[in-house]
Write a protein that binds this ligand. Sequence first.
Ligand SMILES: [Zn+2]
Length: 488
Amino acid sequence: MKRATLFLTFILLPLLMSCIEPEQATGDHLAPYKQSLLPASQGDIAPLGEIPRYRITVRLDAEALTLTGRQQVFYTNNEGNKLGEVYFRLYPNLPQFGGQMQVQRAIVGARDTLFTYEAGNTALKLPLTPSLLPGEKLQIELDFTVQVPHAEDDEPHLFGLSQGILSLPNFYPMLAVHEAAGWHLDVAPEFSDAVFSEVALYEVSITAPLDMMVVTSGSALETQPNPDDGTQTVYCVGGPMRDFSLMMSREFQVASTTAYSTTVNSYYLPPDASSGQAVLQHAAAALRAYSDAFGPYPFAEFDVVEAPLGNSAMEYPGLILIGTDLYRKRADAREFLVVHEVGHQWWYSLVGNDAVNHPWLDEGLTEYSVYVYNQMIHSGDAADELVESRWLIPYQVAVGKGLDAAADQSSLAFSEENYEYIVYAKGALFFHALHQAVGDQVYLAIMREYLQQYKHGIATPADFLRLAEAVSGQDLDPIYLEWVLTVR
Ligand SMILES: [Zn+2]
């Protein structure tokens, strides 16, 4: 649970109160973040080198529905070339998010810096003068505000207030991904996932009304009431994480269990207590199954949060959102969707990929991982049933309608009509064909090696194919051609 775990140490309190560098206070600048990891995974951070560190302080005005934040980012140029600028993504400004995020002030190094908005106000460009050389470090401070939308009639909303739930994923300016071709500033269509990011370390302090349950990625180390104004400040850490998500509600109730050593929490609205328990059990079962099959889930906490998402669900590192309909009227789809989102903890969160330009890679693999879960938790027949009902028949319907397309394309190349059929169903059928070709043992060996080689990094479809061929010793081009590239 995010607020009740009181882990206050004499080391952390000074960090919260002042803005000194962690290493000056502790001698181990990784110490705060390690607390969000299970002991066996705490050694994962150091080998990653100088990954970005965010220190975010944000305050919610629950009446005005505004977030006011300040974030410091400790950034190292890990690229092979000098950088003349750095970009942050302002995802709340996407039309499908419906928020309004503005940056009031940017300080780069010690200097006030003029910035510009790009990509439909979803990107903030900060020029760097002089350029940042490879290996050089930079401190960037941004003051920002977010006007949070209030959904009419409690309509489903990924970002905003609806059904008494404040859903605030991607609430802060996020560093864009830089690769050899430049900065990724894609604007994804509404029906697909928008966020592409690299892992970072997070310290986040959230101030909100005292009666608000605050749920985040990572672990809450301290909750401090502020008697003067009826608020509380929740201090959280997380990392290495690809994103840091935030959910709040005055109405959340919580049920908890463990999956191996991870604390699993299910947050739900009061009418949904029994479904909230069912969701908790599905999530814990999937965390255990995937830890056994692919490699351990590294974080100390995992949260499943009821969200105003209708009958859909969404993944973030250490935290998934499950739509209210799945608690109330779509029990038939509940287990599948919970297990799908848990699968994203491996395929998206731990092993990242460009979810805008290659969405099939994480969606197809996450979707197909439910086959492995069914084999382990239910039966081989239950797994085979999924192939027919969830992927093969829907895909054949799409082919019949003339909606087929190559799976490995940008989400911008699809329509709302064929996106799920191709990215999810056809993508899953590629992994099924691979599984059939190499058998259970080699298939799982491929998954474990994929996790091992790309954990906390970014993989491409070509990386996956190369690795699968190396582990299996088979030429997999024919399967890749048939399910990823061919259009029927
Ligand atoms: Zn998914």
